[in-house]
Design a protein around this ligand. Structure first.
Ligand SMILES: Nc1ncnc2c1ncn2[C@@H]1O[C@H](COP(=O)(O)OP(=O)(O)O)[C@@H](O)[C@H]1O
Ligand SMILES: [Mg+2]
Length: 222
């Protein structure tokens, strides 16, 4: 694991840089295979990652975009939601010719923070033949997105639909918590204790990792 020691907050310090470090069990097996294949490919399609907070949407989106093959522009929908989205995005989507080997990617987090009007503008931009950009979007609430926008995106669900699915996901989170603690030099926390802590904030892995830091981080600081 790459140590980003300049981050004091564990959930940031241990944000995965690779898909193998990610808990991907919330995805269906076919969606997981699809995401892994995307990482090996040379182009990205238009994607929407949706699901509850702290489940890895931004992390996976960044990993997929972190390739020299892409020229990535990053936005936060909750911030641009208040300004003139179309103008702002158009500026980047249409700006300058790309090197032939690069694909322009617009990574917009929290797209559900954009107004319906803004989403309509985004949809129009997606259909503009001059725009060859790939759009990678994340949101918590899929139902806040207008249907014409959703129908232009490949949707990846970060929520677990069944109890069996959640159990598999829970195990993945337990594994990840063990890795985070081990990276902090902590190897003596019994699984039962970890399970109880995970249950409190499941499925929000950001919160779970923060509560690990609250409980065990004093050893790190000492
Ligand atoms: N699936 C995951 N695998 C590994 N770590 C995760 C995962 N989901 C969340 N985390 C942890 O929580 C933090 C926030 O995750 P993030 O991807 O930003 O969540 P969101 O789904 O809200 O976009 C990450 O930096 C990482 O430490
Ligand atoms: Mg996010």
């Amino acid at each position: 694991m790459t140590m980003k020691s300049n981050y004091a907050i564990w959930s940031e310090r241990h944000r995965p840089n690779t898909l193998d470090e990610c808990v991907l069990e919330a995805l269906s097996p076919s969606q997981e295979a699809f995401v892994r294949a995307l990482q090996k490919g040379s182009r990205l399609p238009n994607l929407l990652f949706y699901g509850s907070p702290g489940t890895g949407k931004t992390t996976v989106a960044r990993i997929l975009c972190a390739s020299k093959r892409y020229c990535v522009h990053q936005f936060n929908g909750s911030l641009i939601g208040k300004s003139d989205v179309a103008e702002e995005l158009q500026k980047y989507a249409l700006s300058g010719a790309m090197l032939f080997s690069e694909q322009r990617v617009m990574l917009i987090d929290e797209i559900d923070g954009i107004t319906e009007q803004g989403q309509m503008a985004l949809r129009a931009l997606m259909e503009d033949p001059r725009v060859t950009t790939a759009w990678v979007l994340t949101c918590n609430l899929r139902k806040k997105l207008i249907e014409p926008l959703r129908s232009r995106l490949i949707e990846i669900d970060f929520n677990c639909p069944t109890l069996e699915h959640r159990q598999r996901h829970f195990k993945g989170i337990l594994r990840r918590c063990g890795q985070v603690l081990a990276a902090e030099g902590i190897n003596d926390i019994p699984d039962d204790q970890l399970r109880d802590m995970i249950e409190l904030d499941y499925p929000d892995l950001r919160k779970i990792i923060t509560s690990l830091q609250m409980k065990f981080g004093y050893r790190h600081a000492a």
